[in-house]
Write a protein that binds this ligand. Structure first.
Ligand code: CA
Ligand code: ZN
Length: 298
């Protein structure tokens, strides 16, 4: 299997990024990632106002996938996530939902033991490993790795874990894929502005789908299929995700928009990914059994 180390990182997704690795469509790559602080917070003495903020939110890559072309899609199957043994969490002035309460940064380091994060001697939290930043080059201006969008990026979506498959709209030759910012566990919303930030390895299979056109990232999990949309507000992001799912059903099944909307209202869930980044992210998730009954296929 091909491995990619974490010395090749980007801080923005852009169409002009020089690739650090080229792989054939269908290749599986094991990718080393730094945490969102660029691994700069390792001890309780590492203050967030003293780190190099130009090295925040690194994504490892970019990877050029042969056969990925603008107008098509890149399929990314997440095979596994391996975490290092220590996480860092933070909040601070003006950050997250409660940034009005604070005048300085706070950080908390936690150890991972077996399948739990050790918060303190009374509380350990079951791990739910996920990838915060994952995406491809957008068209046009580069997008900072702290910001999500139609290209993916900092979506901070708890459904993006091992076993999930993503579909990204390709805007640049080779897609120029990258990922980073893994979390050992995070709640929907990411209210403090961080998850349990952790370095590690992600193993993904990258497949070019030149015939598939998608407006925003799609996600397939063991139980659900969804659209992931980012916008300036949660309301706007949810609107977009729902409309795009209705369009998918109208295009790919024999039901009309009115029936699709009534059906989705009964079975599909609007779920918050994150509400703390420059754009907010929502996923709209439909159970697989519903799509199977409709004969839906991508
Ligand atoms: Ca993030
Ligand atoms: Zn993160």
């Amino acid at each position: 299997m091909v491995e990619l180390g974490d010395d090749s990182v980007i801080y923005a997704f852009g169409p002009e990024m020089p690739p650090v690795l080229t792989v054939p469509s269908g290749a599986t790559v094991r990718i080393r990632t730094k945490d969102c602080f660029g691994n700069q917070v390792q001890t309780p003495e590492d203050e967030l106002d003293e780190i190099d903020w130009d090295r925040i939110n690194p994504a490892t890559g970019p990877i050029f996938v042969e056969g990925a072309v603008p107008g098509g899609a890149l399929k990314v199957a997440i095979n596994s996530i391996e975490l290092d043994g220590q996480t860092a969490s933070c909040t601070g002035e003006g950050e997250g939902v409660c940034g009005d309460r604070f005048s300085a940064w706070s950080t908390k380091l936690c150890k991972i033991e077996d399948d739990h994060l050790i918060w303190n001697d009374k509380l350990s939290i079951p791990l739910k490993p996920m990838i915060g930043v994952i995406g491809v080059a957008p068209a046009g201006q580069p997008v900072n790795c702290g910001t999500p969008g139609s290209h993916g990026g900092n979506m901070d979506n708890t459904a993006i874990g091992a076993g999930a498959t993503l579909y990204f709209p390709v805007a640049a030759e080779g897609a120029l894929f990258g990922l980073g910012d893994m979390h050992a566990v995070m709640g929907d919303g990411e209210v403090s502005v961080s998850g349990a930030e952790v370095a590690g390895w992600a193993t993904v299979t990258l497949t070019a789908l030149p015939e598939l056109s998608v407006p925003d990232p799609l996600i397939q999990t063991a139980t659900h299929f969804g659209v992931i949309a980012s916008a300036e507000s949660l309301d706007a992001a949810a609107d977009r995700a729902v409309h795009e799912m209705v369009d998918l059903l109208c295009d790919r099944t024999d039901i009309g928009a009115d029936e699709a909307v009534m059906l989705l209202s009964l079975v599909a869930d609007v779920q918050v990914c994150q509400m703390v980044d420059p754009e907010k992210t929502v996923r709209f998730m439909v159970p697989n059994y519903v799509l199977d009954a409709l004969g839906f296929e991508l």
